[in-house]
Design a protein around this ligand. Structure first.
Ligand code: COA
Length: 433
């Protein structure tokens, strides 16, 4: 049978695809902007026929109807990252969070620790050889698909054909649902004055020829605004968003000086608007690989002058970083923060940076604190962080004693909280500040 005949023989309606899912199955859905739409909707419509279907994913940008309280007998969500759509369900006990470094997530599937019954993915239309591209998300999506007993793929005419180790042959898909849904887009974060100053401070630490990882949100986007005068930057990042496109077009990101994959932007997923999707389509500059490769610290460290910039919710006076919980409440997840912090810290000339506004909750709480909130999970250890950056400056922690760390962190705390922090410092270190 030709691949075209194979393809045709697998086409089903979303309803028939959803009917292949059985009670008790573990269903892994594709990540972020690649989240499938029609099959998930059909699965919700078919709910009465299921009991305890476990839905596993990381960032979800869709409706997340399976986490609503009325869905409790039918679905249970196992979050590998907690986001806006799933936070309440985790807090209210209708969903659970599984802590795991992002680069280790594929291992959970590959080693059968979380066996995958069904993978529901969204891919591009096939090329002349019968290969569909995983498009915007390779990350855990491709590894989960490769381990799944059943693969259901939405083949979307709008899904960009991205390159790298990023393809699936139609013969490896069990059921195909053809769609032309608009791809879910991520709205650009609002960059305020505080984020701009933080971005400018971070940019001071970035030398020409560096390779960058930038997280998601207003701060990474703000950093990009201040890189316009740099030369020959490269990207090796968990994800990129629209801001990177501008710097490629301006000739700032050339990837020429990269010591691993020179000339290529290496990423595991793409999250942004149509501008990014159009840029990525058929673009050989972008090389997409699974997260166990891209985020592996031993791979990241092969990029000389690797600089990673991530954000957090709290930092204590020793430099312990909380990025995923507010007290006991799971707010997000570890994601790739530790993967990149470790990788950058190990790289020749590498720098690991945590950047955050000095306050939270409309200025009423300092993010720099003497002690972390009770129950808070330390995401990144004090041993791995080189720099903490706020709108008040840069605190260099590498090689500093505990008391020196406290001093430099207090110097970049919001002025309203410095007196209180200083008192705590003096009590702890038994000397005058
Ligand atoms: N105490 C109480 N509330 C706090 C707080 C604290 N210490 N710190 C933050 N908050 C509140 C903020 O005020 C804000 O609430 P509001 O919107 O009502 O004002 C909310 O929590 C979110 O904080 P914010 O700093 O705006 O979050 P963000 O969207 O910039 O995300 C992280 C920051 C740390 C959650 C995010 O970067 C993350 O999930 N990191 C971990 C994963 C990671 O680093 N991945 C990297 C590769 S992509």
């Amino acid at each position: 049978m030709s691949w075209q005949e194979t393809y045709k023989s697998k086409i089903v309606s979303p309803k028939s695809a959803a009917a292949k899912i059985k009670s008790g199955d573990r269903v892994v859905t594709a990540h972020a902007c690649s989240e499938p739409i029609d099959v998930i909707e059909a699965m919700i419509a078919n709910k009465e026929n299921y009991r305890d279907v476990e839905i596993v994913h990381m960032v979800s940008l869709g409706k997340g109807e399976y986490v609503k309280d009325i869905m409790e007998p039918y679905f249970h969500h196992n979050a590998l990252f907690v986001g806006g759509g799933t936070r309440a369900a985790v807090a209210e006990g209708r969903a659970d969070y599984t802590p795991c470094f992002f680069y280790k997530v594929p291992e959970l599937f590959r080693e059968g620790i979380l066996p995958v019954d069904v993978a529901i993915i969204q891919v591009s239309t096939p090329d002349e050889h019968g290969y569909c591209s995983y498009g915007l998300s390779n990350d855990y999506t491709k590894p989960a698909t490769e381990c799944a007993k059943l693969v259901i793929a939405e083949v979307n005419t709008h899904m960009p054909r991205t390159m790298g180790d990023n393809f699936i042959h139609v013969s490896d898909i069990d059921y195909i649902v053809e769609t032309s849904n608009p791809i879910i887009e991520l709205k650009a974060a609002k960059i305020g004055d505080v984020e701009k100053i933080i971005g400018e401070n971070c940019a001071k630490l970035i030398e020409d020829g560096s390779t960058l990882q930038l997280g998601i949100g207003a701060i990474p986007d703000a950093v990009l605004l201040f890189l316009k005068d740099k030369k020959d930057l490269g990207i090796h990042s968990e994800m990129i968003s629209d801001g990177v496109v501008e710097l490629v077009e301006a000739g700032v990101i050339t990837n020429k000086m990269k010591t691993l994959h020179p000339g290529k932007i290496v990423v595991t997923f793409l999250m942004g608007s149509k501008r990014l999707f159009d840029f990525a389509d058929n673009n050989p500059m972008i090389s997409m690989h699974s997260v166990d490769y891209v985020n592996n610290p031993l791979v990241i460290m092969q990029n000389y002058k690797m600089v990673c910039i991530n954000s957090c919710l709290q930092v204590d006076l020793m430099g312990q970083v909380v990025a995923e919980s507010i007290g006991l409440k799971q707010f997000s997840g570890v994601g790739g923060q530790v993967d990149f912090t470790r990788g950058a810290a190990m790289a020749k000339g590498g720098k690991s940076i945590i950047a955050m506004p000095s306050t939270a909750s409309k200025g009423t709480r300092s993010r720099i604190v003497p002690l972390l909130d009770e129950g808070a999970a330390v995401t990144t250890s004090r041993n791995d962080i080189h720099y903490v950056v706020t709108e008040y400056g840069i605190a260099e922690l590498k090689g500093k004693t505990l008391s020196e760390r406290g001093r430099v962190l207090i110097a970049i705390a919001h002025p309203d909280f410095r007196a209180e922090l200083t008192k705590e410092w003096e009590n702890r270190f038994k000397r005058k500040f």
